[in-house]
Structure formats: C-alpha cells, structure tokens
Design a protein. Sequence first.
Length: 335
Amino acid sequence: MNNKLVSVNILTYNGEHLIGPCLMAVDKQTYGNIEVLVIDNASSDHSLEAAQKTKIKFPINFIKNDINLGFAKGHNQGIKESRGEYVLCLNQDVILEKDFIERLAEVMEKDGRIGAIQGRLYKINDFNHLQREIIDTTGLLIYKNRRVVNRGQGEKENGQYGLQEEIFGADGAAPLYRRAALEDVKYKNEYFDEDFFCYKEDIDLSWRMRIFGWKIVYEPKAVGYHLRGAGESATVNLAEIIRQRKRISSFAKFYSFKNQRLMQVKNEFVGLFFRHFFSILIKEAGAWLYALLFESYARRAIKQFFSELPRACEKRKYIMANKRIGASEFLRWFK
C-alpha cells in the first residue's frame, strides 16, 4: 500500500489523565507514515504538559491556544497546520487498536471518492478495561424527521454491523478524512462550521460532503474504544429520549439545539423537506415546546439561532450552488 502521510490531530481540553494513553495508542499504530499534532484548547489543568511528556516514535507538534476555540475552530486550526493527505481528527478520550489507522487508510486508497471513513467504536468506562461489549458508534444515522444518532449506540455486541458499507456520516470521535475532500467542501476558510463551536459539527460536515458527492464509509475491522459521556442513542422511544436529555448538561443542550436547526437550514433539500414535512413538523414542534417549557437554556439558544441565521442562509446558498447530487440521490439516507 502507498503509505500516504496521515495527520493525527488531537484536540485536548482538561484531559490531563486522558491524553497520555491516547497518544500511546497512536504510538503503537502499525501504519508507518504518521505525524501528530496536539492542539490544547486553553486547558486549566496540565493537559499540554502531559502530552509533551509522552514520548512517541512519530513526529509530534503542539499548539497552545490562549482561549478555548471549541471543537470546530480547534480542529480547523489543526487541519490547516498539518500536512497529511489524510487527517484523523481524534478525541482525547479515544483509544485505538494498533491497526486502526492502517485499516482505514487501506480502504481510502482503494476508492478516491471516499471523503471520510470511520471504524467501529466501543463504549468504555475507563482506559483500563478495553472491552468489546457495548457499541458506541458505527457511524451516523439520519431519520426522516432529521434526528441524527450514532448507529448501534448502546447495543450489546452480537456480531451486528459486521460488513464494510457506506453510511450517512462519520461520528466526530475518530473519523479519518481525505484532505482533498475537506478542501473541496470548505466554506471560505472553514472545514467544520465555526458558528457551531461544538456539537453537531461532525454531522454538518458529513451532510455537506454527501451533498458534494463524496462517499462516507464504515470499516468494522478498524476498532477503537470511547469514553463517551451522556448522549443520544438510537432509541426512538420518547420517554427514553427525555431521560437521556436530563443527563445532558445545559451547555451541551444549548449548542445541540441551536446547531441542529442551523444545520438543517444549511443543508436541506427543499423537495425532501416537503416530502418529510409532517415528520419534521412533529419532531420540531415537540422539541421547541419541550425546550421552552422545561429547559432553561432554550430562550438563549433560540436567540442565538436567529442571530446566526443570516450567516447560515449565506452558507446554504454556497452549498446548494455547488451541490453535485440531487434530492432523489440523497433520499436513500433517511430512515
């Protein structure tokens, strides 16, 4: 295999006890042509020092930000500063099996239209017990009401999702991107949308890649482990969805609510919106009503959404003017 350079960009924030094990897993990778970039987002602990003390065989560089730039802008910074033809945007709370990068890069090399690829991640509670028991994600799944979830999240491992296949989108914990695809879909100087700050930016990027005609693939042989906190599973049970939301911080819900609506404004095909209108209406009416009645962040999030809406509309114009697929081709991804 032609070993193209892979840039492993790790964004760290108050991850003093996470970054060392994460880097050591990168050090064990069987893929030989890797560079590492650690971007510290103004951590208040010793994350950067812990990273600098961790010795690995691959060349490694560090960026220390004076303020927390968020996931989107922090990773955009890393993409611009790195050189690899492939870019792995790696969470500090992920441990990779030693052949993870090799498995993903091998699939990328076989098809130049693959813009992003992700492996099979398992949910763990600590780095000392890497067990393949509970699935964390096998990719992003989108429903007709525009709810997006991690496929398989929370399911017990039983051999499901065992085939390599195309998926709607790649989760942001450990996706490998083709740099050419990132350059192709960027808006002005942004790959991830920096208005998002954090949450949903991985979905937004996947959606845009799909509209621009890039493939996104799931490779089950590439295995990793994720210390994910509270989040949405693939359940469609309303009571369970509400229980999940109560476990999520107001900070997360603020950005998640705002960014979900901005993402839909930017990427929605008009024909598909009307095709799925009632599914979307029921979900949106419920979400807005529940948020306004029961969640303190809602008014702030709604105000911020309308503040950022004009920029989202400008981005939409660009995306739709440069789309390479039509609504009929995109329809296949809605469940």
